[in-house]
Design a protein around this ligand. Structure first.
Ligand code: SAH
Length: 349
């Protein structure tokens, strides 16, 4: 079968065998990618129209106990100036975001022991009380099942925890020995079992990633069926062991987005900041390749340059309002619009 036929098969049957995925990732051309994007766009338009959900990311702490080899806020980088926002500062971000039309707040941070269950519960409850029309999404790493349950009971309904790679040995190449792929997977299963809309995902172009591993990614996607899926290019950060590694390819990232859309038509699929960082039009291309979510930055200006997961991160120079307006203009340029609303996952229309 040609790659084009494989893409049609994926569209019609929603999954492919591992060998076929390997073929696709070993031999794809730019024409294949454009074809996948066109098909994926048809699926996303039929499912969501030309509506794009927007979520405000509040980067509330860059303090982290982990030492991931790729990440710009890893524990051992002493050049990073560390901060954590107070509850009031977080609530100020929500107030600003709500006035701008945001109806989802994503609390993202390093694994910072200061934010115990008790403190997180207090923050989540307060956001839910002040903004009953909003969804709270957490992206704060690995915790126990009991902890995830307490945060859910406090009102959080979505959780982003990229698995980073679907292959255990590859996970070991990207992380220090104290972190385990098994535990990452345990977390994802717990989150789903508790009832969170669960976001998995990975970086395209991490060191050691092969067509075979990309095939495993797609198999993981179609087996686990997350509600959300964050995929962006790996981008090096000068303070990490991966400083000299090449960045992931935006084209391959776009191909993965399209294939993910074809596999799971209902997926909440962001055009990521990392994609918008490697190319100025990255988020537009992401939407044209099947993405239906964008996640602009709602963090206070004073901390934005301290939350750099990779070098050159887009959006650290303009404030929440200006950032949202330029994104809105970008979306309108390609015939899409940002829509106000929680934008929860909904299965098959
Ligand atoms: N600590 C939390 C959330 C913050 S990191 C967690 O571990 O889930 C959010 C995501 O940013 C990570 O899952 C990773 O996929 C991505 N990321 C980190 N470093 C990156 C880099 N150098 N290039 C691209 N993406 C990166």
């Amino acid at each position: 079968m040609t790659n084009r036929e494989l893409i049609e098969k994926l569209r019609d049957e929603r999954t492919l065998t591992k060998d076929v995925w390997i073929q696709l990732f070993s031999t794809w051309t730019d024409d294949d990618r454009a074809f996948a994007a066109k098909e994926a766009q048809k699926v996303s338009v039929s499912r969501f129209g030309r509506d794009i959900y927007f979520r405000g990311i509040i980067e509330f702490t860059n303090i982290c106990k982990n030492n991931c080899y790729y990440c710009g806020i890893r524990r051992d980088d002493e050049a990073v100036s560390r901060y954590r926002l107070t509850k009031d500062e977080i609530l100020d971000c929500c107030a600003e975001g709500h006035a701008l039309g945001y109806r989802t707040f994503v609390l993202q941070g390093g694994e910072d022991g200061y934010f115990t269950d008790e403190r997180m519960v207090d923050i989540i409850k307060e956001i839910c009380a002040q903004y009953p029309d909003c969804a709270v999404t957490l992206s704060i790493g690995e915790r126990s099942r009991e902890s995830y349950q307490r945060l859910f009971d406090a009102g959080a309904r979505r959780y982003l925890l990229r698995h980073e790679t679907a292959n255990e040995a590859h996970y070991g190449l990207l992380h220090p020995p104290e972190l385990s792929w098994q535990n990452r997977m345990r977390c994802l299963r717990d989150l789903k079992a508790i009832g969170y809309q669960t976001g998995a995902g990975f970086m395209v172009g991490t060191p050691g990633q092969t067509p075979e591993l990309l095939a495993e990614e797609m198999r993981f996607l179609t087996d686990f069926k997350p509600e959300m899926y964050g995929v962006g290019p790996f981008l090096p950060h000068q303070g990490t062991p991966f400083r000299d590694k090449p960045a992931g390819s935006p084209e391959l990232t776009l191909l993965v987005l399209s294939l993910a859309r074809l596999a799971l038509p209902d997926l909440l699929l962001p055009a990521t900041t990392a994609l918008g960082t490697v190319r100025g039009d990255g988020r537009q291309l992401g939407v044209l390749a099947g993405a239906n979510v964008v996640m602009p930055n709602l963090s206070p200006m004073s901390v934005r340059k301290k939350y750099l997961l990779y070098d050159g991160k887009a959006g650290t120079d303009c404030d929440a309002k200006a950032g949202l307006e330029s994104l809105r203009a970008q979306m309108e340029q390609i015939g899409y619009r940002l829509v106000e609303g929680r934008g929860d996952f909904a299965a098959g229309a």
